[in-house]
Design a protein around this ligand. Structure first.
Ligand code: CA
Length: 235
């Protein structure tokens, strides 16, 4: 998978063996170099502030609490992206975690795609401290997500990505139905046109539910669709 940014090494702290291996494999597949540890002591030994840009941490660990580790890292002024991945999903724990310096707090029940999108957004922010310009929607082809202005990244299916790519690379102009259907790899004449309308409705609803923003797409009846905000596409 090609990434548009300098890849950051990830240090993973998780004491459940199966989950640790699964996460390790998934993150490696996303293109990160991953070092995995199963205890606070192991983490402290392995952590290299020069190399590790992101830490993915469990909280309940055999030799202590991950929260104390976060406090310790922040007290030392480590400029490290910290993602807490835990079974403790309660609001109080979440607030405590964010309060002491975690950047993101994900429940262990979260989708792996959500973890990938979170890490991609975090890596981008760490690599580029300049704030994204307002009203720009960014389509990330590698991590397969859509970044609304100011909103969290939204993980996309292959189909969503293809449709948005066609619309966003023609931003300001109409992408015709024929063009979009062709990009989807289908034959225009035999394609059931209602499928495209359904796909669009699903995409709008997904964006609305994920970030409360309206996907900036107009419908040109029987002709196609127009993406009418500023669009940036990253490989
Ligand atoms: Ca645990």
């Amino acid at each position: 998978m090609a990434y548009p940014i300098r890849m950051l090494d990830v240090i993973l702290l998780e004491d459940e063996t199966v989950l640790r291996e699964e996460l390790c494999e998934f993150l490696t597949g996303c293109g990160y170099r991953v070092d995995a540890e199963s205890s606070l002591e192991g983490f402290r030994r392995r952590f290299d502030p020069v190399r590790h840009g992101i830490a993915v941490l469990d909280l309940g660990l055999p030799d202590g609490d991950g929260l104390s580790l976060i406090r310790e890292l922040r007290a030392r002024g480590e400029r490290l992206g910290i993602v807490v991945l835990t079974a403790r999903g309660g609001a109080r724990d979440r607030i405590a975690g964010l309060d002491i310096g975690a950047d993101h707090y994900l429940a262990k029940t979260s989708d792996l795609d959500e973890l990938a999108a979170t890490l991609a957004a975090l890596a981008r922010r760490l690599a580029d401290p300049s704030p994204p310009s307002v009203n720009t929607w960014v389509l990330e082809l590698g991590p397969r997500c859509l970044q609304p202005p100011g909103g969290p990244a939204i993980a996309l299916s292959e189909q969503d990505l293809t449709v948005l790519h066609e619309l966003m690379r023609n931003a300001g102009n109409i992408a015709t139905r024929r063009q979009i259907i062709k990009a989807l790899g289908d034959d225009f004449l035999s394609y059931d046109q209602r499928r495209l309308d359904t796909q669009m409705r699903r995409l709008r609803r997904k964006v609305d539910e994920s970030c409360g923003q309206i996907l900036p797409i107009n419908t040109a009846r029987n002709v196609g669709y127009r993406f009418h905000a500023k669009a940036v596409i990253r490989p």
